[in-house]
Ligand binder design. Structure first.
Ligand code: ATP
Ligand code: MG
Length: 418
C-alpha cells in the first residue's frame, strides 16, 4: 500500500503555493518597514526550553508537544511555537550587546499534537514577531498596529482586534487566589481538565473550550478588574496609543492566552469566517521570559500569526503567479530536438522562462501544451527550417508567425520578448 503523510501534517501543493508566497513576501516587506529583521531558528530544541517558558501546566506542554529522546537519550521537542527559540537564540548569541538589533521576525512550521480539523493541524506554520528591550506601551500599540496593517494589506475581511491585560506577577498572585476561591465553589460543574487546572493553574480555565466551563468563566472574577495601579495605567496608555493610530479594538476581559509567559498587554486578531478556529494571530507582552530563560532582564513583546488560517481566508485568486513571458520550444525531428534542447537551456540562462517537451509529439500536441502553459510565444524548430538556418517564432496572442535566422537567435528573441 502507498505510504501517506502523517495525520494532521499536510503537503502544500503548487496550486496554492502562490498564496503562501504572497503572505510571506508581504510580511517581509511590511515588517522590514517597521524595522524588523529576519532570524531563522531550529525546528528541534531541548524539551526543557518549552517546559520552562510556555509553562508546565499549559495545554501545549501537558498534551500537545511532539517530544522524544534522540539516540543519545536527550529529550528533544519539535517546536510548538517560536518565541522560546528566538529568546534562546538572543541570549545564546548575546544579541543584546549589539545596538539596533532588537526587532525580529521568523516564519516556519510548528508542531502540536491537537485534533486535526479545519484551521487546526499538527504541523502548521506561523509568522512570528518579537521585540526585545522596550517596555514603553507605544511598542505594544505599534506591534498591534503592524499586525493589522499586515492583515489589511492581504485584504482579509472582517478582522477584529481583541485586547486585554494579564497584569504583572504583583496583581496576578492575589487575583489567582480569588479566582481559585470562586472555582472551588463551582468545582463540581467544571470539566475534568479544569478540575485539575483549578489547583495547578486556575487562569488556564479562561482558555478552556468546553461549553459548560465557558458559562462558568462568564461569571468568574476577571483579572482586568484586579490590575495594580501601574498595570492599570500601562493598559490605559496602550489604549491611548491605539487611539492615536486610529486602531479600532474591543476590550475582552476573558482573553487569556495559552502560554504562561504573558504579562500585561495581550491581544488576538479574530475573524468570523473560520468557524471555531477564530484566531488568526495573537500575542502580547512577556516581560519576565528573557530572565526566566537565563538571559538579561529585558522586556519582550510580540505576536504569532497562523499561516494556514491566512491562506484559508485569502481569495482563491490571491497570489496567483503573474502571467510570465513564457516561451515554448516545439521541436519536429531528431536533429531539431537536439538543437531545441540546447537553445532552451541558453534562453533560460539568458533570463527567459522556457519550456519544451521531450516526448517527440506532433506539432499539434506541442501547441496544445504551449497553450496550457499560457506561453506567449512558441519557437518552432523543425528539421526543414534548420536546413535553411532558421526557426519560426509564433506570437500566440497575435496568431502571427515569422522566420528568424538561427544566427543571433538568442538576441533576437530576447529583444522581441522582453
Ligand atoms: P487556538 O486558540 O486557536 O488554539 P492558540 O492560542 O493555541 O490558538 P497561539 O499559540 O497563540 O495559538 O498561536 C498563534 C496562532 O497560530 C493562532 O492564532 C492560530 O492562528 C495559529 N495556530 C495555533 N495552533 C494552530 C494549529 N494547531 N493549527 C493551525 N494554526 C494554529
Ligand atoms: Mg491552541
Amino acid at each position: 500500500m502507498a505510504i501517506k503523510a502523517v495525520k494532521g501534517i499536510n503537503d502544500i501543493l503548487p496550486n496554492v503555493v502562490g498564496r503562501w508566497q504572497l503572505v510571506e513576501s508581504v510580511a517581509r516587506r511590511i515588517f522590514s518597514n517597521f524595522g524588523f529583521q529576519e532570524i531563522r531558528i531550529p525546528i528541534l530544541e531541548k524539551t526543557e526550553l518549552f517546559a520552562r517558558s510556555i509553562g508546565e501546566t499549559t495545554d501545549i506542554v501537558e498534551k500537545e508537544m511532539y517530544t522524544f529522546p534522540d539516540r543519545n537519550g536527550q529529550l528533544l521537542t519539535l517546536r510548538p511555537e517560536a518565541t522560546a527559540s528566538v529568546v534562546r537564540a538572543f541570549i545564546q548569541h548575546k544579541l543584546h550587546l549589539e545596538p539596533g538589533m532588537r526587532k525580529f521576525y521568523t516564519m516556519g512550521p510548528m508542531f502540536r499534537h491537537e485534533r486535526p480539523q479545519k484551521g487546526r493541524y499538527r504541523q502548521f506554520h506561523q509568522i512570528d514577531v518579537e521585540v526585545f528591550g522596550v517596555d514603553d506601551p507605544m511598542i505594544d500599540a505599534e506591534v498591534i498596529y503592524m499586525l493589522l496593517v499586515y492583515l489589511q494589506e492581504l485584504k482579509l475581511p472582517d478582522i477584529k482586534m481583541h485586547i486585554n491585560s494579564m497584569g504583572c506577577p504583583d496583581c496576578r498572585l492575589p487575583f489567582r487566589q480569588s479566582l481559585a476561591d470562586y472555582l472551588e465553589g463551582v468545582s463540581d460543574k467544571l470539566c475534568s481538565d479544569c478540575q485539575r487546572r483549578r489547583r495547578t493553574n486556575p487562569l488556564r480555565i479562561f482558555d478552556c473550550k468546553v461549553d459548560s466551563c465557558g458559562k462558568l468563566v462568564d461569571e468568574a472574577p476577571v483579572l482586568l478588574e484586579h490590575l495594580c495601579h501601574e498595570c492599570g495605567e500601562n493598559f490605559q496608555s496602550v489604549q491611548d496609543n491605539l487611539h492615536s493610530l486610529a486602531v479600532a479594538y474591543t476590550i475582552d476581559p476573558l482573553l487569556v492566552r495559552g502560554l504562561d509567559y504573558y504579562t500585561r498587554t495581550t491581544f488576538e486578531a479574530i475573524t468570523p469566517h473560520l468557524g471555531a478556529q477564530d484566531a488568526v494571530g495573537g500575542g502580547g507582552r512577556y516581560d519576565g521570559l528573557m530572565k526566566v530563560l537565563g538571559g538579561p532582564d529585558l522586556p519582550g513583546t510580540g505576536f504569532a500569526i497562523g499561516m494556514e488560517r491566512l491562506i484559508l481566508l485569502l481569495d482563491d485568486k490571491a497570489g496567483a503567479p503573474k502571467e510570465r513571458n513564457r516561451l515554448f520550444v516545439a521541436c519536429l525531428g531528431e536533429e531539431a530536438k537536439s538543437r531545441g534542447f540546447s537553445l532552451a537551456q541558453e534562453l533560460r540562462v539568458s533570463g527567459l522562462s522556457v519550456e519544451m517537451d521531450y516526448e517527440s509529439k506532433s506539432l499539434k500536441a506541442q501547441m496544445r501544451r504551449a497553450d496550457k502553459l499560457a506561453s506567449t510565444h512558441v519557437l518552432i524548430v523543425g528539421d526543414d527550417e534548420l536546413a535553411k538556418g532558421a526557426a519560426l517564432l509564433r506570437d500566440m496572442e497575435a496568431s502571427s508567425q515569422e522566420e528568424i535566422p538561427l544566427e543571433g537567435l538568442v538576441e533576437q528573441l530576447l529583444g522581441r520578448m522582453k
